[in-house]
Design a protein around this ligand. Structure first.
Ligand code: HEC
Ligand code: HEC
Ligand code: HEC
Length: 467
C-alpha cells in the first residue's frame, strides 16, 4: 500500500519536471548524421526528422541521454520502450546516413504509424511535447515512402500516380525455363510422390480451388487429419520463407517436406526417386534438363520449385486498377481499399499482399482465448522454429491474392467466411470493431484480387488448364 503514494509523487514530479527539463535543453543531443551523396532531398529531410524524433527508442546506442537517463525508474522505462520499439523497427546509423536501403517492411510500417498518428507514443509526448510529427513532416515521410516504392522493380507496371502504393501489380509474365515448368507441373500432379500412390501435391493444393483444398485442415494419406490449414501455392514465390511458421527457407526446401511427412504424403525420398526413374519419361527429361545430376531428390524438388514460380496470378481487377484503369473499381471496392491501406497494409503489403513478415496473431486481443479449444502445437507458430518466447503465436502473414477462393481462413482454418476473417482481424490485430458496411467494403476490395492463371480467371479453370 505504501508504494502507491510514492509512485504518484514521482509521477507528478515527472509530469512537471521532465518536460521543462527537456524544453530548457537538459536532454542530450546527438550530432546529426550526414547523409551520403546521391540520396534525394526527400530522404535528407526524412533522415533528419527521424533523427530528431524517433532516435531515443528506435536506434540502439543512439539515445540522446537526458540527465535523468540513469535514474532508476526512468532508466527502466526507457529500456523497456527501447526493447519494444526496436523489436518492431530499427533505425540504425547506416539507415540515417542512407548507406542502408529501406526494406519494403520498413516502408510499410513507417507509412502505417504516420497515417495512424500513433508515433511517438503519447506518454513520451507528454514529456517531449515538441516531438510530435507536424503535418509537413508527415507529408515529407509519406512522400519519401512513395519515392522509395517507385524505385522498386515491383512497381514497374504501376501507373505513374500509383507507384507509391503499398500494393503492386503482379507481373503479366514470368521468365522461366518452360521445359522445367512443364516437368515440375507433371511432378506436382503425380501420385507417385506419395507413399501409397493416392495423393499428389494438388490433392491439397488444387489449382482450381485457389491453390488450396478449401478444407479446415489438410487430409494426408490414409485419411489422416493434419494439424494445420493448407496455404495456397499460388504466388508462394513472394513469401520470405515457406510454411505458416517459415521453417523452409524457399520453395525447393519446402517441396521436400510433404513427401516425407508421415501424415501428408508419407513416402521415402529414396523410394520415390527409384519409382520415378522406372516411370515413363522422367529419366530422359531429367537427363536433358539437368545433364550433370540427372534425376535426384534435389533435381525433383528444383523442378517442382520452378513450376511453383510459374504459379503467379496476374491481371486481377485490382491489378488493372494499379496499372492505370481508373474506372474499373466500384465505389465500395475503392472505399474498401482505403480502409485496407489505413489498417491492414502494414502487414499485408507487396505484390501478394503478405508473405513478407512474421506477425503475432492477436496483438490487441488474445485470439486463442477468444477462439477457445485446446492450444495445439501448431498454434505456437514461429516459436516452434526459433524457440524464442517473443515468437510465440507469430505467423508468416498470409498472402491475400485470390483470397475469396482460399477459405476457410487462418492457420487453424477456424474462420469459415471472408467477412468472419476480416471481422476477427479488425478485433484481434487492430482493436477495432468494423461496422457491417465497412466489412462489406473490405470484402468487396479483397474480391478484386482474384487473378488469372494461364490467361484464364482462376474461377473458371478446367481440368485441361491445370494439368
Ligand atoms: C518513447 C519511445 C518511442 C519513440 C520516441 C518512438 N517510438 Fe516508435 N515505437 C515505440 C514502441 C514501444 C513501439 C512498439 C509498441 C507499439 O507499437 O506501440 C514502437 C513501434 C513503432 C513502429 C512499429 C509499428 C508496428 O507496426 O508495430 C514504428 C513504424 C514506429 N514505432 C515508428 C516510430 C517513428 C517514425 C517515430 C518517430 C516519429 C517513433 N516511432 C518514435 C516507442 C517509440
Ligand atoms: C496432405 C496435404 C498436402 C500435400 C499432399 C501437400 N501439401 Fe503443401 N502444404 C500442406 C499444408 C497443411 C501446408 C502448411 C503446413 C505448415 O505450414 O506447417 C502446406 C504448405 C505448402 C507450401 C507453403 C506455402 C506457404 O504459404 O507457406 C507450399 C509451397 C506447398 N505446401 C507446396 C506443396 C508441394 C510442392 C507439394 C507436393 C510435393 C505439397 N505441398 C503437398 C498440405 C499439403
Ligand atoms: C499486425 C499484422 C496484421 C494486420 C494489421 C492485419 N493482418 Fe491479416 N493476418 C495477419 C496474420 C499474422 C495472419 C495469419 C494469422 C493466423 O493464421 O493465425 C493474417 C491473416 C489474415 C487473413 C486470412 C488469410 C488466410 O489465407 O487464411 C485475412 C483474410 C486477413 N488477414 C485480412 C486482413 C485484413 C482485411 C486486415 C485489416 C482489417 C488485416 N488482415 C490486418 C497479420 C495482420
Amino acid at each position: 500500500m505504501k508504494k502507491i503514494p510514492l509512485f504518484l509523487l514521482l509521477l507528478l514530479a515527472g509530469i512537471l519536471f521532465f518536460p521543462i527539463s527537456n524544453l530548457i535543453g537538459l536532454s542530450g543531443k546527438n550530432e546529426p548524421i550526414p547523409v551520403v551523396s546521391g540520396k534525394s532531398a526527400n530522404f535528407a529531410k526524412v533522415s533528419q526528422i527521424l533523427q530528431n524524433k524517433c532516435v531515443d527508442c528506435h536506434s540502439p546506442g543512439m539515445l540522446r541521454k537526458p540527465f535523468y537517463s540513469e535514474w532508476p525508474i526512468a532508466k527502466q522505462l526507457m529500456a523497456k520502450d527501447m526493447a519494444n520499439a526496436t523489436a518492431r523497427l530499427i533505425l540504425a546509423e547506416k539507415f540515417y546516413s542512407g548507406e542502408e536501403a529501406a526494406t519494403p517492411l520498413l516502408l510499410a510500417r513507417l507509412e502505417s504509424v504516420v497515417r495512424k498518428g500513433n508515433m511517438p507514443p503519447t506518454l513520451y509526448l507528454l514529456m517531449h511535447w515538441t516531438d510530435s510529427l507536424t503535418d509537413d513532416e508527415k507529408h515529407d515521410i509519406l512522400a519519401w515512402v512513395a519515392e522509395e516504392r517507385a524505385k522498386s522493380p515491383w512497381s514497374r507496371d504501376s501507373a505513374a500516380a500509383l507507384k507509391g502504393e503499398p500494393v503492386q501489380p503482379l507481373p503479366l509474365t514470368v521468365d522461366l525455363n518452360p521445359d522445367k515448368v512443364a516437368l515440375g507441373g507433371k511432378l506436382f500432379h503425380d501420385r507417385l510422390l506419395s507413399g501409397d500412390n493416392t495423393l499428389n501435391c494438388a490433392s491439397c493444393h488444387d489449382l482450381a480451388r485457389g491453390g488450396t483444398d478449401q478444407a479446415k485442415v489438410a487430409t494426408g494419406i490414409r485419411g489422416q487429419q493434419g494439424p494445420i490449414n493448407s496455404p495456397t501455392v499460388y504466388n508462394a514465390m513472394y513469401n520470405i520463407a515457406q510454411f505458416w511458421d517459415g521453417r523452409a527457407k524457399d520453395l525447393q526446401e519446402q517441396a521436400a517436406g510433404p513427401v516425407a511427412n508421415p501424415i501428408e504424403m508419407g513416402a521415402q525420398w529414396d523410394t520415390i526417386v527409384e519409382q520415378l526413374k522406372q516411370a515413363g519419361g522422367y529419366q530422359d527429361a531429367f537427363g536433358k534438363l539437368y545433364p550433370e545430376q540427372g534425376l535426384t531428390k534435389t533435381t525433383v524438388t528444383d523442378a517442382i520449385a520452378v513450376f511453383e514460380q510459374s504459379l503467379v496470378t496476374p491481371n486481377a481487377r485490382f491489378d488493372q486498377y494499379l496499372r492505370g484503369n481508373q474506372t474499373i473499381l466500384t465505389a465500395d471496392e475503392k472505399a474498401g481499399y482505403d480502409l485496407f491501406k489505413a489498417d491492414c497494409a502494414s502487414c499485408h503489403f507487396g505484390p501478394a499482399l503478405g508473405g513478407l513478415s512474421y506477425e503475432k496473431m492477436g496483438i490487441k486481443q488474445d485470439y486463442f482465448k477468444r477462439r477457445g479449444g485446446q492450444l495445439a502445437e501448431a498454434d505456437n507458430g514461429r516459436f516452434n522454429v526459433t524457440k524464442q518466447e517473443q515468437d510465440r503465436h507469430f505467423f508468416k502473414v498470409p498472402v491475400l491474392r485470390n483470397i475469396v477462393l482460399t477459405y476457410p481462413y487462418f492457420h487453424d482454418g477456424s474462420a469459415a467466411s471472408l467477412p468472419d476473417a476480416v471481422k476477427i482481424m479488425g478485433e484481434v490485430q487492430l482493436g477495432k470493431t468494423y461496422t457491417d458496411a465497412e466489412i462489406g467494403e473490405i470484402v468487396a476490395f479483397l474480391a478484386t484480387l482474384t487473378g488469372e492463371y494461364k490467361g484464364k480467371p482462376l474461377t473458371s479453370l478446367t481440368a485441361e488448364d491445370i494439368k
